[in-house]
Design a protein around this ligand. Structure first.
Ligand SMILES: Cc1cc2nc3c(=O)[nH]c(=O)nc-3n(C[C@H](O)[C@H](O)[C@H](O)COP(=O)(O)OP(=O)(O)OC[C@H]3O[C@@H](n4cnc5c(N)ncnc54)[C@H](O)[C@@H]3O)c2cc1C
Length: 478
């Protein structure tokens, strides 16, 4: 036992839930280890979703989804400010038409009031048109949710994990949990890491991870959601998130600006067997286009720059299940609104572990909740000039589409949790996320990763495993 690496809590999974939980438990004074299977945090569901901070009118009153969504949404403005994460409270409109549509909106309005959501009202006719002039004239009423917002989902997870690490948490990537043994006083993970408490935040795989420890959890299956992303110059076609009335399968297809200024269309909702992947399909893309055009006929489809898909962890109960037994806490069914609820889920986990005496008696005395990121593009001209004079690397633009400098890429390779791959750089800085999708800047990024990480250019990968960018050296080695 003496050679074991000992912690107060081991968090399994570095998605938005695991990352915010690691930060909260560190704040509460715990020694935290995060084990993540992939080469980076935010590689699972957190990497591909709508990025909406839902107001909280959709879930049935009294459910975990309702309570944690409303609380999470309230925590989001201050949290994202502390962590320098892009977030904006732009509001949302659930659109409908006719008497039947209006009745559906009234149900949502009542539900929202019961859930304690502020800023809800029904708008009709000319008032609706004044809010969003590009909406279809077929849509004559909507539920306005003023507290709905947009956030960069992977940005939030990366920043939360980085801040947890700045305050002492440890993160091990490329470390899938494959064995959990209950031993005297706690759990032994992968035969090496010991803690009295485990938080199983492994997303779609969390029920399987729980089974490793002999803990029962509800079954989950993937529900795929496909998207279409439009260039930043299309972001202004609507100024709020536009939904239609939700169905049992989800909140339906939306048209929304993203926190980074693009326009997002989607998602579909397709229940799939275990092992399904994030492929996009022609049928799915057609469905998105048809639904988006119904809401916003002038949607500028010529601005399409990419498509992608994410997998929701759909559980049997339809609610978020958060169960703590014998020091093992497992989360299942953390589908939408899991991103919105994540700050509140982290807070709840802290309370649950604390009540069982699994956390230190006192919070960390000198916890620093702030994480800063240098973003020259968001500075005034004078600030940027001064920055470039101090450090010329911020003046050398590498990604032309998104105007990302060498200094920002260098920072991403060193700031907690350091980027290890091209995808890691992309999610931290937005380099390669613009119109050319990395066509121009990829070679420069490979060179920078090689220089800053001290690895050969042929060892640089796009993402996990052997996804090497270069196969071998040619033309005399360059
Ligand atoms: C299409 C779609 C749209 C959505 N839209 C919204 C939205 O607009 N608003 C909203 O609030 N929510 C939305 N959601 C839901 C939200 O994205 C999720 O609730 C949230 O990202 C879940 O985060 P997580 O940390 O639980 O899971 P994940 O992000 O999946 O993280 C789990 C992590 O565990 C790791 N892992 C798995 N197995 C192991 C193992 N054995 N050992 C170690 N690590 C392991 C994985 O690699 C992964 O990094 C949407 C989801 C989808 C798919």
């Amino acid at each position: 036992m003496e050679t074991l690496a000992r912690y107060d809590v081991i968090v399994i999974g570095g998605g938005v839930v695991g990352s915010l939980t690691a930060r909260e438990l560190t704040r509460l004074g715990a020694r935290v280890l995060v084990l993540e299977a992939k080469s980076d945090v935010a590689s699972g569901t957190t990497a591909a979703n709508s990025g909406i901070v839902h107001a909280g009118f959709d879930a049935e009153p009294g459910t975990n989804k309702a309570k944690l969504n409303v609380r999470g949404s309230a925590l989001m403005p201050a949290l994202t400010k502390e962590l320098s994460v892009r977030y904006a409270q732009i509001g949302a409109l659930v659109t409908a038409s006719g008497n039947e549509g209006l009745a559906g909106l009234e149900v949502l309005l009542e539900r929202g009031k019961k859930n304690g959501v502020a800023g809800l009202s029904i708008v009709r006719g000319e008032k609706l048109r004044a809010l969003e002039p590009n909406l279809s004239t077929e849509l004559d009423c909507a539920l306005l949710a003023e507290t709905s917002g947009i956030v960069c989902p992977y940005g939030l997870a990366i920043a939360a994990m980085g801040n947890a690490m700045d305050n002492g948490a440890e993160l091990l990537r490329n470390t899938p949990v494959t064995g959990i043994e209950k031993i005297d006083g706690g759990y032994l993970v992968n035969g090496t890491y010991f803690a009295p408490a485990i938080v199983d935040a492994a997303g779609l795989a969390s029920h399987h991870v729980a089974a490793l420890a002999g803990v029962k959890a509800q079954n989950q299956h993937p529900r795929r959601g496909e998207y279409l992303l439009l260039d930043r110059n299309c972001g202004g076609v609507v100024t709020r998130t536009i939904f239609t009335l939700p169905t049992k399968a989800g909140k339906g297809i939306l048209v929304s600006p993203t926190a980074d200024g693009n326009l997002l269309l989607g998602p579909t909702a397709e229940d799939l067997p275990e092992g399904a992947n994030c492929a996009v399909t022609a049928a799915g893309q057609d469905k998105i286009i048809a639904a988006a055009k119904k809401m916003v006929p002038s949607v500028p489809l010529g601005g399409r720059i990419t498509s992608f898909a994410g997998l929701r962890a759909a559980g049997e109960s339809g609610d978020f299940e958060i169960d703590l037994t014998d020091g093992f806490l497992v989360l299942t069914g953390i589908e939408s609104p899991g991103l919105s609820a994540a700050p509140a889920i982290a807070e709840l986990i802290g309370e649950m572990l604390g009540e069982k005496g699994l956390l230190p008696a006192k919070p960390m005395a000198n916890f620093n909740p702030v994480r800063t990121v240098v973003r020259p593009k968001e500075m005034t001209d004078a600030e940027r000039d001064a920055l470039i004079k101090r450090d010329p690397a911020y003046g050398r633009i590498v990604c032309r589409c998104e105007e990302i400098s060498e200094g920002e890429i260098r920072d991403a390779l060193h700031q907690n949790p350091p980027a290890l791959t091209m995808d890691g750089i992309k999610r931290r800085t937005r380099a390669t996320m613009g119109r050319c999708q990395g066509g121009f800047c990829s070679p420069s990024l490979v060179a920078l990763i090689s220089r800053e990480r001290g690895i050969d250019e042929t060892d640089v990968t796009k993402g996990d495993g052997a996804s090497f960018i270069a196969h071998e050296r040619t033309k005399g080695g360059n």
